[in-house]
Ligand binder design. Structure first.
Ligand code: TXA
Ligand code: MG
Length: 315
């Protein structure tokens, strides 16, 4: 049996698999099998009101899951599917409330990773797949990351190499006027150009007001976001206090910490390597991770969103 055959057999048997996609690895189950869908929530430790994304082989199947599909939705689908984009649309009445977190909308995407495509085509149905990490933890961008998260609790992780995008899909809500819910590699401007209209983005979840801080995409080690001008001094001061410090930087501060992960000054390249760098830092037995604040430019929106969630404000 090839890994693809095995993956399809497990999905049909109501089991979970680790599924490579171009964004991050997913924890996949048959979307039409409620007990398989429940397994995702229990294995991830995910709250029941947190909806999951349905993955389809192609956009022709959109009508099976969503209704009131606007011209805008079809335009976006034609432009970006298969690819790293998720659309939120009104759900068909039969879509299991466990998938939608009890909401009347459903999130759908058509991934372009060749392995995800082969599995979806051979399976013939739809799979729900949140990122394959324990709830609140860093998303996996390599098969090994998924094994590190779930070990023997997950019967199969299909090898698909390093994820090409490395950050979760761009999510666009098309119920009402278009709204960006989660920035990703497909940028706000690209969407606005395509739709020829403004798309709102409130970044509600990125706000740091008390109670709203969304501890997502987080390493276990405390992580602080620090300005370029301060990171070296801060790191040296923490080391003087006897702390083991790791840095995630856009430049090199080689002598300033126990471990230095240097990422690219190109946001796409940075995003591709962010999660694996965070995982390496998290595994280095550090007291603190300092992340150099990337530029605020629109091209950095997705990276900044993930970094803001992964960090806390320095005290
Ligand atoms: O790139 C991705 O989207 C990856 C890969 C595996 O496809 N999946 C992923 O899933 O990131 P997850 O479960 O980690 O994140 C799904 C996000 C959540 O923030 C959830 O709130 C949102 O999608 N979502 C799902 N259904 C929704 C809905 N009906 N309305 C609004 N947001 C929804
Ligand atoms: Mg996730």
């Amino acid at each position: 049996m090839t890994p693809i055959d095995e993956a399809v057999a497990l999905l049909r048997a109501g089991e979970l698999i680790g599924l490579p996609t171009e964004t991050v690895y997913g924890l996949a189950a048959d979307a039409e099998n409620p007990s398989a869908v429940r397994k995702i929530f229990s294995l991830k430790g995910r709250p029941a009101d947190h909806p999951v994304i349905i993955h389809l082989a192609d956009s022709a199947r959109l009508v099976d899951w969503a209704t009131d599909i606007s011209d805008q939705a079809w335009q976006l689908a034609a432009a970006f599917w298969p690819g790293p984009m998720t659309l939120v649309l009104p759900k068909q009445p039969w879509v299991d409330g466990a998938i939608t977190g009890g909401q009347q909308t459903v999130a759908i995407r058509v991934p372009r990773h060749p392995v995800a495509q082969q599995i979806l085509v051979r399976f013939g149905g739809a799979v729900v797949a949140p990122s394959a990490n324990r709830f609140g933890h860093v998303s996996p961008t390599q098969a090994q990351h998924v094994r590190d998260e779930f070990g023997a609790d997950l019967p199969l992780v299909v090898e698909g190499g390093d994820c090409e995008v490395g950050l979760e899909s761009t999510i666009i809500n098309l119920v009402g006027s278009p709204e960006l819910l989660r920035p990703g590699s497909i940028g706000l401007e690209q969407i606005e150009v395509l739709l020829a209209k403004p798309v709102s983005y409130s970044n509600r979840m990125g706000q740091r007001a008390p109670g709203l801080l969304d501890k997502h995409y987080s390493p276990v080690t405390p992580a602080w976001l620090v300005a370029s001008t301060e990171i070296e001094g801060k790191s040296l001061a923490m080391r003087d206090d006897g702390k083991r410090v790791g840095l995630l930087t856009l430049r090199s501060y080689v002598d300033a910490a126990e471990v230095v992960e240097l990422l690219s000054e190109d946001p796409g390249e940075y995003g591709r390597h962010l999660y694996s760098a965070l995982r390496r830092l998290d595994a280095a037995n550090l007291d603190l991770i300092l992340i150099e604040k990337p530029p605020e430019a629109p091209r950095w929106l997705a990276v900044n969103d993930r970094i803001n969630r992964a960090t806390q404000l320095p005290d």
